[in-house]
Design a protein around this ligand. Sequence first.
Ligand SMILES: [Zn+2]
Length: 138
Amino acid sequence: MRIERFYHHAGTITPEGESVCPDCGVKLDDGLLSPNPCKYDTTSFVRYKGLWWFINVSNCRAQLCAAENITGKIRYKEIVCPKDMQDTLQKLVEESVEEHGALNISGLYGPSDRLISFIEEKGIKAVTAKTPDRANKP
Ligand SMILES: [Zn+2]
């Protein structure tokens, strides 16, 4: 399975109507993303199995998220992880956060390569949630 990682950048629109990052100059897509990292440490999103994977930290709690889209109204999926792997999954999620920030700094974080390998290896899935929206949107 090919895993792609996209980095979030600050965006400005050029007179030609293109989005570029004012910090590093890369061209961006509509979601202000680029496969190239910015010169600053910004959130990365992993594209895996047709979904966007990222981590949402709020109230000192890190949660792995998968969504169909990351612009506009976000449609979250429900992560399906076997019970005996949930602790390891959560540990890897928290490690990913600590690589770039801390659990007490709310925001979006990119999943580490180790976390994505674990998801891939263990076949952890994201399915359409029964409830259309979660309460804690980023
Ligand atoms: Zn940039």
